[in-house]
Design a binder for this molecule. Structure first.
Ligand code: PLP
Length: 635
């Protein structure tokens, strides 16, 4: 049923309904005023800022929705949590080396994000991972600290290698991770030519298979990494070149969003065995890089389902430290520096997509008059009879009959035998029957399987001012779920259930999977005089760059906020979203040429007397203003 009965309700009920404490990592809560608030300081949870206040601050500065809000403190917190959790695990276990995180740039390449990671992360010597030349340039421009690492994954051409070698010359720990055997000769040749000793890493193809979305791409079928035979071959080549001391790092990446901690342990055990053997062969190894994979609990279920994880950060760190010690200590091998390339766990929480709802489609029947029009066909009378006879013990039968009569009327309409008004009345009667069936379900002894999801066909459609393809590509591409909820009116019980459709008018441009496993989201009725505001949370990883221009909806505005200890906040950075001219440019239109063409059309209309010169002026101004405008719905 799409309506939820309105009984007594508190902000606490809303927090439970939307599972805020399950996915919010302690950062989000519902205020007594019924607004979603963010509290970035673990040591002072009383410091809270309402997202409603932030939205009105953004609007006061002239930016319309949708807006991607980055809360810089949350990014800083994630970096601290990760580094401090490893430091604690290392101290507790008596591990004889340290942790050096690197952030994989591909997870969020946006300049503000990378600059903040480099700035704040420098206190932990947090480095960057680069998978291309462009990313390496970004890393080189941002990492200035000799104790941080830059890890270069991916295919490397001469230019890429030369850049990395120059970084080594500057004193940066810049590792070339070899993904395929044919990369080594070029690295050796260029390091010889430039007179720089390379820091080489090897990427292992582990046999360990992981659970979760990328399960099929792990183990023997993983796309990247060296087989054991290739490893041995490279070690032999390095020995021959007298460069085995340059082999400093062993790398593996089990996959993203590893949901099961057992996979982390078993992958690492396998990698440690390789580490031991390579060390015993004489490799200079001192770094063990576990890649990414630290998962985010998107649905808050703390389970090993695709959108969750069955472990906490402390457990992840402790398991890694212990596993390495368990294998290396009995053999007397020095503890390596532990590197992880955690991406999504570092940035997911810091971004929220805020959008307003533009309208709603209801599937409620219109009020019915007790009598049918006199000339109504027999089928209509049958439909009315079905409506009057729905009871908890005949739901399936009534559903079958209603469907039959409704379809017969549609058929007669196609043949021109009934009029549009009759069909409209029949459709309304049909909806009324479905609604009555859904209302009777709680009293039914058994709900027929076919009817279990009937409420979904009656759910509202709320139209959101955003594009799934631009702002939530993983929701469409890999059925990723994200926490979604209204950010205000939370002291009021939501009385409707809805799916969310975006602006793209594409059947895929919708959200009908939510973190509680339901296909609809509890929402409030829209009001005429107030925007209904929703937030989509944990969108800081992967979503921004993978997004595309479907229907030419461009980048949204981005605002970075920093919350202060006194509960005030500053908008530290703002980036205007794409204008229509920007997105047209991306697809090779020249906005100026479009203006010219439109001017010609308007001028001809003036010449032929269809419009006046003054109207032409207004039209030209409107055309140019539209080109400068936001691609999303503006008020
Ligand atoms: N490192 C490598 C080599 C990757 O391919 C990826 C992404 O798949 C990551 C790190 C980041 O993974 P995650 O975001 O799951 O931490």
């Amino acid at each position: 049923m799409n309506k939820l009965s309105p009984v007594s309700w508190s902000a606490q009920d809303a927090a439970e309904l939307y599972r805020v404490s399950d996915w919010g990592a302690g950062y989000f809560s519902v205020s007594a005023k019924g607004e979603l608030q963010v509290s970035p300081f673990a040591d002072d949870p009383a410091v809270c800022v309402s997202l409603v206040d932030i939205i009105s601050g953004i609007r006061d500065r002239g930016m319309d929705m949708p807006v991607l809000l980055r809360i810089e403190n949350l990014l800083d917190n994630s970096l601290s949590r990760l580094n401090e959790a490893f430091a604690a695990a290392i101290e507790q276990a008596g591990y004889q080396s340290c942790y050096r995180g690197v952030f994989p740039i591909k997870v969020n390449q946006q300049c503000h994000v990378i600059e903040e990671i480099a700035r704040f992360g420098s206190r932990y010597h947090h480095g960057l991972e680069a998978g291309s030349k462009a990313e390496l340039l970004v890393a080189l421009a941002n990492i200035r600290d000799d104790d941080s690492c830059i890890v270069c994954n991916g295919y490397k051409d001469q230019e890429f290698i030369d850049l990395g070698l120059m970084a080594c010359q500057l004193g940066v720990n810049c590792f070339f991770v070899i993904e395929t055997p044919n990369e080594l000769p070029l690295i050796l040749e260029r390091s010889e030519a430039l007179g720089v000793s390379p820091m080489i890493g090897l990427r292992l193809k582990l046999t360990t298979q992981v659970d979760g979305h990328w399960s099929k791409d792990s183990g023997d079928r993983s796309l990247f990494g060296l087989t054991t035979a290739q490893l041995i071959d490279i070690v032999d080549q390095l020995k021959l070149a007298n460069k085995l001391d340059c082999l400093q790092l062993l790398h593996f990446h089990l996959g993203s969003q590893i949901t099961n901690i057992r996979n982390v342990r078993s992958g690492l055990q396998e990698a440690c065995r390789v580490y031991v053997d390579l060390k015993q062969e004489g490799a200079g190894l001192g770094y063990l890089d576990l890649g990414g994979g630290l998962a985010v609990d998107y649905d808050g279920s703390r389970s090993n389902t695709c959108h969750s994880k069955n472990y906490q950060l402390d457990e992840y760190c402790a398991d890694i430290v212990e596993t390495i010690m368990d294998i290396l200590d009995p053999l007397g091998i020095e503890h390596p520096v532990i590197i992880t390339e955690s991406g999504r766990a570092t940035v997911a929480h810091s971004s929220v997509l805020l959008f307003n709802c533009l309208s709603v489609t209801h599937f409620d029947p219109a009020p019915l008059s007790p009598e049918l029009p006199e000339d109504s066909p027999e089928l209509m009378k049958n439909l009315l009879w079905v409506l009057e006879t729905v009871r908890p013990d005949n739901l399936q039968e009534c559903y079958n009959d209603a469907l039959y009569y409704r379809d017969e009327i549609r058929e007669e309409f196609r043949r021109g035998e009934v009029k549009l008004r009759t069909t409209a009345l029949a459709e309304n009667l049909f909806l009324a029957i479905l609604q009555r069936i859904v209302q009777c379900m709680p009293e039914a002894r058994r709900v027929p399987a076919e009817l279990e999801n009937l409420h979904e066909s009656l759910a509202d459609i709320y139209y959101g001012n955003f594009s799934v393809f631009q702002s939530l590509p993983d929701s469409w591409a890999i059925e990723q779920v994200f926490p979604i909820m209204p950010v205000h009116r939370l002291g009021e019980k939501p009385t409707r259930r809805a799916i969310i459709a975006d602006l793209t008018c594409d059947c895929d441009g919708k959200i009908d999977r939510f973190i509680d496993g339901q296909s609809t989201l509890p929402v409030h009725s829209l009001k005429d005089d107030e925007d209904y505001m929703l937030g989509i949370f944990l969108v800081g990883a992967y979503q921004e760059t993978l997004g595309d221009l479907h229907n030419l909806f461009g980048d949204t505005h981005v605002v970075s906020a920093r919350i202060n200890r006194d509960g005030s906040y500053d908008f530290v950075r703002e980036i205007e979203g794409d204008s229509i001219a920007d997105v047209l440019n991306y697809v090779e239109y020249y906005p100026q040429a479009l203006v010219e063409r439109f001017r010609n059309t308007a001028e001809q209309a003036v010449r032929s007397g269809r419009i006046s010169a003054a109207v032409r002026k207004q039209m030209m101004e409107a055309f140019s203003a539209s080109l400068r405008g936001y691609t999303y719905f503006e008020k």
